[in-house]
Design a protein around this ligand. Structure first.
Ligand SMILES: NC(=O)c1ccc[n+]([C@@H]2O[C@H](COP(=O)([O-])OP(=O)(O)OC[C@H]3O[C@@H](n4cnc5c(N)ncnc54)[C@H](O)[C@@H]3O)[C@@H](O)[C@H]2O)c1
Length: 255
């Protein structure tokens, strides 16, 4: 398709389905070699196989991204197959939707491990390669939820606030060593995550009907909307864009 990531080696965490999978497809189409890291082995392997059979350099490595040893092993596998990594899309994440007073400490720990600690572990594993090359781009999936709260999502909103600030802080610490790190903030996107969110919020009486989504953001976002924004931030087109938050929400957050 294009060559906006020509010569890049990218890792996409959470790249087996949803926006992550759309980013894997787009990054590969734009010339990157791509390592998918995900706990969904079946979908991750199938996507890597499909793209590899089309001649793309795409590999899959399994990991629960909240587990240090698994992350380190998966990153090492991708490096061994594709070479040093210079683009990291920290996208893997999940959601717990419950009235706040029904949440338990386990929910808090689980969600912070999967959404926030994962970003730390992945970045900790990949950043040294980027520093050695003197260049790298990191994109972290935050959310409109980092700054716009939804009832029954206190834990999730708090994790996304942390992802938001993680991206800014990495940018500040490593800017002068050639590293860019930006956050991407999707609105409601039609993925397994987004569809479950709508279903569970509706069951709890929160209006996320088609009409409500239309009023807030025009339509349900599509995985490709996020993939195209991630491509921009990952590519050299964004070479002076660092430490920012790109809201991809069709003006949800502009009201
Ligand atoms: N869909 C939305 O409306 C929306 C809005 C804002 C932000 N997000 C963010 O997008 C991400 C969710 O992705 P999606 O919407 O593309 O849906 P998705 O559920 O299809 O994708 C999430 C991917 O992450 C993987 N994953 C989850 N936990 C993991 C773990 N512990 N280890 C390894 N892989 C893991 C899943 O297997 C899946 O492939 C989250 O970070 C979420 O906060 C989504």
């Amino acid at each position: 398709m294009g060559d906006r990531l020509k010569g890049k080696v990218a890792i996409v965490s959470g790249g087996a389905t949803g926006c992550g999978a759309a980013a894997v497809r787009l990054f590969a189409a734009e010339g990157a070699a791509v390592g998918i890291i995900d706990r969904n082995v079946q979908a991750g392997q199938a996507l890597a196989f499909e793209l590899a059979s089309l001649g793309k350099r795409v590999v899959f490595a399994t990991a629960d991204v909240s587990q240090k040893d698994q992350v380190n092993a998966a990153v090492a596998n991708v490096k061994a197959s594709l070479g040093p990594v210079n683009v990291l899309f920290n996208h893997a994440g999940t959601i717990v939707i419950k009235p706040f007073l029904e949440t338990e400490e386990e929910d808090w720990d689980f969600l912070f491990d999967v959404n926030v600690k994962s970003m730390y572990l992945m970045t900790r594993a990949v950043l040294p390669m980027m520093l050695q090359a003197g260049k790298g781009a990191i994109v972290c999936t935050s959310s409109i939820s980092a700054v716009y709260a939804t009832p029954n999502e206190v834990l999730y909103d708090a994790t996304k606030g942390a992802c938001h600030m993680f991206a800014r802080a990495i940018a500040v610490e490593f800017r002068d060593r050639g590293i860019r790190c930006n956050a991407i903030c999707p609105g409601f996107i039609e993925t397994p995550h987004g569809l479950r969110e709508v279903k569970e919020l509706t069951a709890l009486g929160v209006d996320v009907s088609e009409a409500a989504l239309k009023a807030a953001q025009g339509r349900f976002g599509q995985p490709e909307d996020i993939a195209r924004a991630a491509l921009y931030l990952a590519s050299d087109d964004a070479e002076f864009v660092n430490g920012t938050q790109l809201f991809v929400d069709n003006a949800f957050s502009a009201v």
